[in-house]
Design a protein around this ligand. Structure first.
Ligand code: PLP
Length: 445
């Protein structure tokens, strides 16, 4: 079997919500000032009402609205592909499959939740969506979604990326999104940071603070979140639900699921629908892969922390490197977040998922082998998953079925490949002292 396809009418009609199946109740997000659990009304100041409901829902399955299914059908279901050439190249005894999320218009899994958030906000009468973006993957996915549902989109883009990686900015503009280098002078927090640190190159944490402030201070505007939040993972479960259907159709039982982790949305969306199998005692492992330069799961602490630098977001119980930690400038921009999804963090604490970390040169080497054998050039983030596949395949047996999520293509990351081929790419050591300093600054709860 080379390729398994689903018909459009076989798209999953419901998302899977993992909250009722977690080994313990998910610790509530806390108000950053009072340190008391956040009330839904407070979250509704920045998020759509429906997304807030989903964030705390105890229903195991949540219907996907018809209009959204129609939008998904533009590129979904995505292919599940047997990577036979790659198997041969690495001498794998196990079978290897990949779920190809790179076939969406923006080229990654991110529009699965961008479309859902745009749809619900539109339905609730909101005119404008604001967000932050690092390298531009999320900003472009939200701009695409805004164009589909007739919403204005405003993106605070980390200044250094805005200047050094303009192509995704052009893509945002092509879809009608407006993009600004953060910190801007359009928000209080942005003006404060520009005053304190003139010439700063910005960070994801600062851009989040700006976008959240913008949403909180404008009644026609809401904030859209690219990852981490429960509802972002929920929307992404369409990936795992499709994968499950595709594997079932061929009577294939996966034993190892692998994905890269920035905030956890593609990995969570991919593996969570298989969580009930693990809870039933079936033989299945889930492996989250991160950069050694930003080792949230492998070196972070399970603590309450802010989602941003400006401390305007609620506090989340999660694995974190500290919200004041600014990770080294590796090429996998989407994996440079200090925290991680609370759902996945809880699963890691209970050893229901595993975590691995790799250096960027070794992950690019694995990604290039994948491009040469299977044809598709992976995103730098996706290369992390591929490196873990190589390592797991060495230990796996003929009985093993490895499936990984191919989160996106690397067509806008060619400068990173250029750096690799020119020998200019370097590995960053795990910045132990810096992380320790940032962990010391965590709020006491
Ligand atoms: C954003 C991104 C990631 C990381 O984000 P998650 O929320 O952890 O999925 C991974 N791969 C690609 C291609 C991305 O664009």
């Amino acid at each position: 079997m080379k390729k398994v396809l689903l018909n459009e009418n076989e798209l999953p009609k419901r998302w899977y919500n993992a909250l009722p199946d977690l080994p313990e109740l998910l610790p509530a997000p806390l108000n950053p000032e009072t340190k008391q659990p956040v009330k839904p009304e407070q979250l509704e100041q920045i998020f759509s009402r429906e997304c807030v409901n989903q964030e705390m829902s105890d229903k195991r399955f949540i219907d996907i609205p018809e209009e959204l299914l129609e939008a998904y059908a533009m590129w979904r279901p995505t292919p599940l592909v047997r990577a036979e050439n790659f198997e041969k190249a690495i001498g794998a005894r196990a079978k290897i499959f990949y779920k190809n999320e790179s076939v969406s218009p923006p080229g990654s899994h991110k529009p699965n939740t961008a479309l859902a958030q745009a749809y619900y906000n539109k339905r609730e009468g909101i005119k404008k969506l604001v967000t932050e973006t690092g390298a531009g993957q999320w900003g472009s996915a939200l701009s695409f979604a805004g164009a589909q549902f007739g919403m204005e989109v405003k993106v605070y883009m980390v200044k250094v990326s805005y200047e050094q990686k303009p192509y995704r900015k052009f893509l945002m503009e092509a879809w009608g999104g407006k993009c600004y280098p953060s910190p801007t002078d359009m928000t209080q927090i942005g003006r404060k940071i520009r005053e304190e640190f003139p010439g700063t190159s910005g960070s994801l944490g600062i851009a989040i603070s700006e976008a959240v402030e913008d949403a909180a201070t404008h009644s026609d505007t809401k904030y859209a979140i690219g990852s981490v939040a429960n509802h972002a993972l929920l929307h992404q479960t369409i990936i795992g639900l499709e994968t499950e259907k595709q594997l079932n159709k061929e009577d294939v039982k996966p034993t190892i699921l692998i994905g890269c982790v920035g905030g956890g949305s593609n990995f969570g969306g991919f593996m969570l629908p298989f969580l009930p199998r693990k809870l039933n005692g079936e033989n299945i492992r889930f492996i989250a892969v991160e950069p050694k330069a930003c080792p949230t799961f492998t070196k972070g602490k399970y603590r309450y922390d802010y989602g941003d630098t400006g401390k305007v977001t609620p506090l989340f119980k999660m694995f974190t490197l500290g919200s004041s930690f600014v990770p080294p400038a590796i090429h996998a921009g989407g994996l440079r977040y200090h925290g991680d999804s609370p759902i996945l963090s809880l699963l890691l604490k209970h050893n229901m998922i595993e975590a691995q970390s790799y250096y960027q040169k070794e992950v690019f080497k694995a990604g290039i082998l994948f491009a040469r054998t299977e044809g598709i050039l992976p995103a730098p983030e996706t290369n992390h998953a591929i490196k873990a596949v190589v390592e797991e395949a060495k230990k796996a047996t003929e009985e093993d079925i490895i499936v990984f999520n191919f989160s996106g293509h690397g067509h806008f990351d060619l400068a990173a490949y250029d750096a690799y081929f020119n020998g200019e790419m370097r590995d960053y050591e795990y910045p132990e002292e810096e992380i320790e300093r940032a962990i010391k600054n965590l709020p006491e709860i």
